[in-house]
Structures are given as structure tokens and as C-alpha cells.
Design a protein around this ligand. Structure first.
Ligand code: UT7
Length: 345
């Protein structure tokens, strides 16, 4: 009989085929490979082509996570995304249907880069209360569609992709158990990282041209105060991770892997150093994928497990931070699991 723990039992990821190097970005933007590498650690990213949407990425990652779990019946689908296919309805029901999951509950979670940790908390609660047998949680983003291609301060940072996990109910203490969790938010700093227009506050107005590639005025794209977001990211991911470490009773040198949101390798270093977790334990792939928002942590987990950097019984700390502001962390022990991932970034 299943107990009341939420256990990771499936893992998959998928990135779109088009690889864009830093050098390629320099053809259209006043930037350089040296600036992007030294400020962020990013060397390349995967981007969607015209016609490819978030649901397309989510379906590919979801399919792989379900296969990795041994194709169990899935009782619910949660999709964390910042770049839904449309404003209404949510994208998760379409993803569920395209995965052949008929009549299951399916809903989106909007918490920007913190979204995967919010989704993990909600999905874990659903399985540990017995409401859903197996639950599919996907983080998927075609966020490059929301970034101004002419704004060098944001256009070089983001990549597209999707990662997914399957959770099941299990026994407390078994490998793969997820928790404790910590979540937080600070809406007073919402303007530090935002797409100001297009919602009910700053409503849609007819585009006026202005020379943008798709004639959207700048307020329909992402705006960011990079240095302030950097400072808040380091502060919040560090304090949130400390809370889960205190709750579970692990010292930093007992942590086998730190899976921090991959916005910028300098942020990962700052968080790892402040936590006192040795550098060898920091998982990284921002150099290969850039900042993929809600997809960042599941892509990182799938890639790291495929490279054998995550092994059964490893003690793992997951932590993320993003627009909202939102942040969240969790501890988990790594299960015996084979990720499904074609390209390993
Ligand atoms: O997922 C959560 C969301 N996002 C983040 O966590 C991102 C957090 N922020 C960051 O990662 C960093 O703040 C950035 C990578 C965005 C920027 O790095 P920074 O070291 O904070 O640079 P900065 O914004 O202070 O800009 C330094 C200079 C500026 O020029 P001046 O004013 O010193 O002359 C910028 O105009 O770099 C310039 N700059 C660029 N130069 C070349 C900004 N973007 C670029 C660029 N290429 N792409």
C-alpha cells in the first residue's frame, strides 16, 4: 500500500533542434561572445523556430518522462510555464490531450522561473494526499517569443526547452522522496522583471510598427533590472535552501548535489558559496541552454542524471527564483531512475 510521501519515478527533457551560439547573436546585436560568457557563463541556447509553441515542447518532455516512469496511468497534469500558448485557456489541458490522457485534471502554474518549484510542491501535495496516483509535472518554455530581439540586456540570456517529472505516492524515507519544501514571494518587486503590457492592467493596443521584428511595442516584451534581480536571486535562493537544509537536518557538506535555477553561472556560484556547498557538487548546464525559466531545473536534472552526476541515494537540494518575485526550494534523495533525453545539454 502506498504511504504519504511523494516520490520521483520518471524524468525526461527535450530541447528544440535549433542551436544558437553567442557568436550568431552578435550578427544582430551590439554584444560579444566574451561579454555573454564572462557575465553569465552562457555559450549557446536552443530556440524555437516560428510555428513551434510551448505545448509542442511540453508534449515531447512529458512523453519522455512518462516512458522513463514505465508508462503508468497518469492521474493529473501540471504545467509550469511563463510562456503559455495563449492567454486563455491554460496550456496544460491541450498537453494532456495530446499525450492521450483523457479527462484528467490539467492546469497551468504561473510563477515564472520559480514555477517548477511551485509545481513540484503542488504536485507532491496531490500525490501524498492520494488525490492522484501518478502525476506528470512539466516545466516548458518558448520564452524567446516574449523577449525583445533588439534588447541586448535580455535577448542573450534566455533559451527554450522543456523538462518533466512523474511523481507517485510512496513510503517516507524511500529513495526519490521529495521534501521538505519552502516557497515564498515578494510582489512589491514585481516591476524588476516583467512583461508590462498585454494583460488586464495595461491592455492591448494596436501595434504601431517602430521597426520591431514583429511590430510589437517594447512594453509587450520582457523588461528587467538585471543587477537588482541578480542580488535578489542570490539572497532568496540562499535563504530558502537554508530553510530546507535546517528542516531536513543536512549540513552543507552532506549535500551531494545543488540543482539551482540556471539563470547565470555567477548566481549559481554565489548561492553555492554562501551555502557552503563544495563547488564539485554544483550541477550546471546554463552554458549549454541559457535560462530556460520553469524548464531549467528538470532539464538540469535529466541532463545531470544522464551524465551520471546524480546517483541513487544522493542528497539533492533544488532551488529556484524568478519574476514575481517568487522563489522555492526542496530537498530530495535521488532514486534509481533512467532519464529519457535525446540531446544532453
Ligand atoms: O531567472 C531569473 C531572471 N533573471 C536573472 O536572474 C538575471 C539576473 N541578472 C543577471 O544575470 C545580470 O545582471 C546580467 C547578466 C543580466 C547583467 O550582468 P551585470 O554584470 O549585472 O551587467 P549590467 O546589467 O550591470 O551591465 C553592465 C554593462 C552595461 O554597460 P555600462 O552601463 O556599464 O556601459 C550594459 O549596458 O554591460 C552592458 N550590457 C551589455 N554589453 C554587451 C548589457 N547587456 C549587454 C550585452 N552585451 N548583451
Amino acid at each position: 500500500m502506498e504511504g504519504n510521501a511523494a516520490v520521483l519515478c520518471g524524468l525526461g527533457a527535450w530541447v528544440p533542434p535549433r542551436v544558437v551560439s553567442n557568436k550568431e547573436l552578435t550578427t544582430a546585436l551590439d554584444t560579444s561572445d566574451e561579454w555573454i560568457r564572462s557575465r553569465t557563463g552562457i555559450e549557446q541556447r536552443y530556440l524555437v523556430d516560428k510555428g513551434m509553441a510551448t505545448s509542442d515542447l511540453a508534449v515531447e518532455a512529458g512523453k519522455r518522462a512518462i516512458e522513463s516512469a514505465g508508462s503508468p496511468p497518469i492521474g493529473a497534469v501540471v504545467l509550469a510555464t511563463t510562456s503559455p500558448d495563449r492567454l486563455c485557456p491554460g496550456t496544460a489541458p491541450e498537453v494532456a490531450t495530446r499525450l492521450g490522457l483523457v479527462d484528467v485534471p490539467a492546469f497551468d502554474i504561473a510563477a515564472a522561473c520559480g514555477g517548477f518549484m511551485y509545481g513540484l510542491t503542488v504536485a507532491s501535495s496531490l500525490v501524498s494526499t492520494g488525490l492522484s496516483g501518478h502525476i506528470l509535472l512539466i516545466g516548458a518554455e518558448a520564452f524567446s517569443t516574449m523577449v525583445n530581439p533588439q534588447d541586448r540586456s535580455t535577448a542573450v540570456l534566455f533559451g527554450d526547452g522543456a523538462g518533466a517529472v512523474v511523481l507517485r505516492g510512496g513510503e517516507p524515507g524511500e529513495p526519490g522522496e521529495i521534501g521538505p519544501f519552502d516557497l515564498g514571494s515578494d510582489g512589491g518587486k514585481a516591476d524588476l522583471l516583467a512583461v508590462p503590457a498585454g494583460g488586464s492592467r495595461q491592455r492591448f493596443v494596436a501595434a504601431t510598427g517602430q521597426g520591431l521584428a514583429d511590430a510589437r511595442p517594447p512594453e509587450y516584451f520582457l523588461h528587467m533590472d538585471g543587477p537588482e534581480i541578480f542580488r535578489n536571486a542570490v539572497k532568496r535562493m540562499t535563504s530558502s535552501s537554508r530553510k530546507v537544509l535546517d528542516q531536513i537536518g543536512w549540513t552543507p557538506d552532506e549535500v551531494d548535489a545543488l540543482a539551482a535555477h540556471q539563470a547565470n553561472l555567477r548566481i549559481v556560484s554565489a548561492v553555492g558559496e554562501r551555502l557552503g556547498i563544495p563547488q564539485e557538487q554544483w550541477l550546471t548546464n546554463a552554458d549549454r541552454v541559457g535560462n530556460t525559466l520553469t524548464a531549467s531545473i528538470p532539464i538540469l536534472l535529466a541532463a545531470s542524471a544522464a551524465k551520471d552526476l546524480l546517483r541513487p541515494s544522493d542528497r539533492v537540494v533544488l532551488t529556484a527564483f524568478g519574476a514575481g518575485l517568487t522563489w522555492g526550494s526542496a530537498a530530495m534523495t535521488w532514486p534509481q531512475i533512467t532519464p529519457r533525453i535525446d540531446v544532453i545539454p
